[in-house]
Design a protein around this ligand. Structure first.
Ligand SMILES: Nc1ncnc2c1ncn2[C@@H]1O[C@H](COP(=O)(O)OP(=O)(O)OP(=O)(O)O)[C@@H](O)[C@H]1O
Ligand SMILES: [Mg+2]
Length: 113
């Protein structure tokens, strides 16, 4: 199992959510977050002295999925969340050791289907 975590533009989330109906994802966690990327949130640099560091509002979407769903989901996020401008976001993929469904005690893949 893998965790597919994406940090995207808030306005991309409703579209992504609709598209996720097309794939078998049986759960997700969404958070409103703030952050910056490569541009370091610098609003304006005047001879390297005065600048303002901004944290941009983003939405973090976390999904634990089967390994063979990862490519499909990553492609879906890429297609849905791209504008081509800086700040479109990032996708992070992590290995997941275990998942336990509290109600039934099911573990591993059984707990995410
Ligand atoms: N290395 C990182 N570690 C943790 N969070 C990150 C990292 N890079 C980006 N993020 C998060 O993702 C958000 C969007 O990043 P962003 O799309 O600006 O990345 P970027 O590398 O600057 O790419 P671009 O040049 O397209 O803007 C950031 O606001 C931050 O919350
Ligand atoms: Mg950026």
């Amino acid at each position: 199992m893998k965790k597919v975590e994406s940090v995207i533009r808030p306005e991309s989330f409703p579209v992504l959510r609709e598209k996720l109906d097309e794939v078998e994802v049986n759960g997700l966690t969404v958070s409103e977050v703030a952050g910056y990327g490569k541009q370091k949130g610098l609003e304006g640099v005047f001879r390297g002295t005065r600048y303002e560091i901004k944290l941009y509002p983003k939405v973090k979407v976390e999904m634990i999925v089967d390994e063979d769903q990862v490519d499909q989901i990553v492609n879906l996020i890429k297609e849905t969340c791209i504008t081509g401008e800086t700040g479109d976001g990032k996708i992070f993929i992590y290995p997941v050791e275990n998942v336990i469904r509290i109600r039934t005690g099911e573990e591993g893949k059984e707990a995410i289907i």
